[in-house]
Design a protein around this ligand. Sequence first.
Ligand code: NAG
Ligand code: NAG
Ligand code: NAG
Ligand code: NAG
Ligand code: NAG
Ligand code: NAG
Ligand code: NAG
Ligand code: NAG
Length: 427
Amino acid sequence: MLVSSETMQPLQFSNKTHNNKLYIPSLGLTLVLLISLASPASSYTEQEKTSLLQFLTELSWNGGLAASWWNNTNCCKWEGITCRQDRMVAKVMLASKGLEGHILECLGNLTRLQYLNLSHNSLSGGLPLELVSSSSITVLDVSFNQLNGTLHELPSSTPAQPLQVLNISSNLFAGQFPSTTWKAMENLIALNASNNSFTGQIPTHFCSSSPSLAVLNLCFKKFSGNIPQKLGNCSKLRELRAGYNNLSGTLPDELFNTATLEHLSFRNNDLHGAIDSTRITNLKNLVTLDLGGNRFGGKIPDSIGQLKKLEEFHLDNNKFSGELPSALSNYTNLVAIDLKKNNFSGQLAKVNFSNLPNLKTLDVYFNSFTGTVPESIYSCSNLTALRVSTNKLTGQLSPRLIDLKYLTFLSLTTNSFINIANALHIL
Ligand SMILES: *[C@@H]1O[C@H](CO)[C@@H](O)[C@H](O)[C@H]1NC(C)=O
Ligand SMILES: *[C@@H]1O[C@H](CO)[C@@H](O)[C@H](O)[C@H]1NC(C)=O
Ligand SMILES: *[C@@H]1O[C@H](CO)[C@@H](O)[C@H](O)[C@H]1NC(C)=O
Ligand SMILES: *[C@@H]1O[C@H](CO)[C@@H](O)[C@H](O)[C@H]1NC(C)=O
Ligand SMILES: *[C@@H]1O[C@H](CO)[C@@H](O)[C@H](O)[C@H]1NC(C)=O
Ligand SMILES: *[C@@H]1O[C@H](CO)[C@@H](O)[C@H](O)[C@H]1NC(C)=O
Ligand SMILES: *[C@@H]1O[C@H](CO)[C@@H](O)[C@H](O)[C@H]1NC(C)=O
Ligand SMILES: *[C@@H]1O[C@H](CO)[C@@H](O)[C@H](O)[C@H]1NC(C)=O
């Protein structure tokens, strides 16, 4: 048993008395209303309080919230509650409170509620549609719970919704991912639905209906089919992550129209094709490019050197081949290069690593690189991990290896180095 009966019983009892206060002595209420015309909002705030208490009593474990809430008659002073000037509830912030049980739709009765954050609890059951289609909520975060069931569609006749941020990530939602629902979400800026078990396809009309969409995270699901061309209409998209799905086909050309993109990740899908040398240069704001774990092939085009903001570059576990473009030396912000398990060849020295002072990890494991480990690598003084194993590298490592002060992982095996013992002695 989670709640002591001492705290639960008075709560349920007092909830009933509230209903009584509201509905039975209607004559008394009318009198009170007539007398106290100075504060016409008070009956509304009583309703707000009732809705909050209803929500609380439905929880099977309230993490001690009941003690704090029941202590004060003014719900605006309750833990996790913020009111507007007119004392209507504006924010419910109950992240990480250890809450268990179901989310009651009564929170939808808080008519001025704008911000509802119930993330990092152990809430289960469904997400009431009243909350998604609330006419006041702009930010709804129920991420990291155990909510389940399907997310019901809003009817196509639903008027435009104020919702801007919806985070339902890391729950147990399953079934068909909603489609028509997004048509009403004209104000949507961020949708994080990752780490659930939705099936189906990525809805095609996201940005026709939600022109402000900036963040779309649909990772760890069971999406299949192609990447919709129409995502190219998302002119404000900054982050698009749809890794760990079952997407197939190629990257649609239209995707490269979204010059605002900063993070693009389709990691671990079944995509193929080559990186288009002219289109990729449109993505001048790209910070993360993660295409690892697909079937992409061909060479890395030289033009990729124009993506000067790139920090994370992951093309691992694909079928890329050919030499590295020397233009990679232009990525002065690069933090991670992961090219492992491809069929790259030629010399690593094509890249001047002296220009990459922020590089922390370089992984070229399992390729066909030849030549020596370039001297310029020893200028990357922030390098923490260097893996060049399983290539065709020769020569010996420089005594400058000692300059790599932060190196905690070094893998050299299955190459044709000489004097390895000497290199290890340096370390
Ligand atoms: C909340 O709204 C529902 C209908 O959506 C209604 O049945 C219920 O009585 C309301 N609760 C309060 C406390 O106003
Ligand atoms: C209840 O209120 C009193 C006085 O305002 C305070 O001392 C006490 O800590 C409160 N208890 C809880 C559980 O919030
Ligand atoms: C909800 O609260 C958590 C924990 O405080 C926070 O990390 C998260 O950013 C909040 N969500 C939103 C949408 O503000
Ligand atoms: C949920 O997603 C929103 C939008 O991306 C984000 O602002 C918020 O911090 C996320 N919540 C948590 C708990 O990470
Ligand atoms: C989306 O949710 C995932 C998992 O819940 C989290 O790791 C990620 O940071 C979130 N992204 C944003 C932009 O909120
Ligand atoms: C996915 O969700 C589960 C359940 O909420 C959580 O334990 C896990 O950490 C999440 N995984 C990621 C990658 O966010
Ligand atoms: C790797 O590339 C070389 C040419 O550089 C080629 O001969 C070889 O067949 C390729 N291996 C695979 C597995 O594609
Ligand atoms: C690499 O770049 C550094 C700094 O820009 C320069 O001094 C050096 O000559 C270059 N090395 C090669 C081999 O081009």
